[in-house]
Design a protein around this ligand. Structure first.
Ligand code: ADP
Ligand code: MG
Length: 337
């Protein structure tokens, strides 16, 4: 039995179909990510699961129970938002205990559970501080503790790391994933950041204009995007047309042949000219115009090359090769061209 089941969910605001027919099953204990550009319907879907919005059509089951008619506070879910709004005048401990106090949980149990939750987010000993005495990452972890302490069946997270700078965000991605594995709660995580989705998720649903284009584990969505939209949104859109079929190949799967180097047996080979090249430290990114017409991005690791070697290659002729199994056919054009 899935932990969450969405059946034919639809929600419009005036003429805008924010959510346009979503069917989804999420397993117990899964780290499930809804990935998509701004305005693709992720938040609306999350708000319907939480009960803050009523669907126009469709149903929502949590743990096998239809919750469509239940108000938010009667659903076994908690939400963590980007603007996590801690109470500034309360200590961390009081912030975490607040939800339990509202539910009239006794003082001793509140203490124990808050201490447990703070330890899960690695903030033991921080209970006495005020939110203003914490870093951004620590505050976000208090927000998480405040949700975990209620022991929800499902935790909904809407771009929770959006306000943090890149380095902290990357650290928190790893931590969030670890915390999720420890607490075993089902996470439904919303983000527009493909790298974040690939890093943390057991499975990803790619949202596009109120619908889901593809659902699968990170490597499957990345290596085998089923539409051009996904190829471009979860990576760069390297589209090749051949014999009336369209397919994609990821930039790091393309190998630049040295002068006179023989391609490996069965490889697909293309020739082209370097239109542009950028040195990005560990890697170099080439934009190669193929003789047959389309353009491909190619990423190579900088094992020996200096930045001047790399930049001098602009305008050069190149031969490229890749393995046929690294090419993925686009099966769904989805009207997104
Ligand atoms: P996302 O979270 O993927 O950025 P949203 O679910 O917030 O997308 O929004 C989907 C679409 O619905 C957008 O076009 C947005 O403008 C619209 N929308 C969302 N909430 C409302 C609302 N309360 N009133 C009117 N339009 C809304
Ligand atoms: Mg949103």
């Amino acid at each position: 039995m899935p932990d969450i089941r969405l059946r034919g969910l639809r929600k419009s605001y005036g003429d805008v179909a924010a959510v346009d027919g979503i069917d989804l099953e999420i397993a117990r204990g899964e780290f499930f990510t809804m990935l998509g550009p701004s305005g693709s319907g992720k938040t609306t879907t999350l708000r319907m699961i939480a009960g803050f919005e009523q669907p126009d059509e469709g149903g929502i089951e949590l743990g096998g129970r239809d919750v469509s008619a239940l108000p938010p506070y009667d659903r076994p879910v908690n939400t963590v938002f980007q603007d996590y709004a801690l109470f500034p005048h309360m200590t961390v401990q009081q912030n975490v205990e607040y939800g339990l106090m509202v539910k009239r949980v006794g003082k001793a149990e509140r203490r124990t559970r808050a201490a447990e939750a703070l330890s899960m987010v690695r903030l033991e000993g921080f209970g006495v501080r005020k939110p203003s005495q914490l870093s951004g990452g620590q505050r976000q972890r208090v927000a998480l503790a405040r949700a975990i302490v209620n022991r929800p069946r499902v935790l909904l997270l809407d771009e929770p790391l959006g306000a943090l700078d890149l380095k902290l965000r990357q650290e928190m991605q790893i931590e969030l994933k670890q915390i999720q594995q420890e607490v075993g709660i089902t996470f439904v995580y919303v983000t527009h950041d493909q790298e974040e989705a690939l890093t943390m998720s057991d499975r990803i649903a790619v949202f596009n204009r109120g619908r889901i284009d593809q659902v699968g584990p990170p490597a499957e969505v990345y290596e085998h995007p089923r539409s051009e939209f996904i190829a471009g949104f979860v990576g760069v859109s390297n589209v090749i047309e051949r014999d009336g079929r369209r397919s994609t190949v990821r930039p790091e799967k393309i190998h630049v042949l040295d002068d006179g180097e023989a391609p490996f047996p069965g490889a697909h080979v293309e020739e082209g000219t370097v239109r542009d090249v950028s040195y990005v430290g560990p890697v170099t990114r080439y934009h190669v115009t193929l003789d047959r017409g389309s353009e491909l991005q190619v990423l190579t690791q900088n094992l020996e090359e200096s930045s001047s070697d790399v930049l001098a290659s602009k305008g050069r002729r190149l031969r490229l090769q890749w393995r046929p199994e690294h090419e993925s056919e686009i099966v769904d054009t989805g009207g997104n061209e």
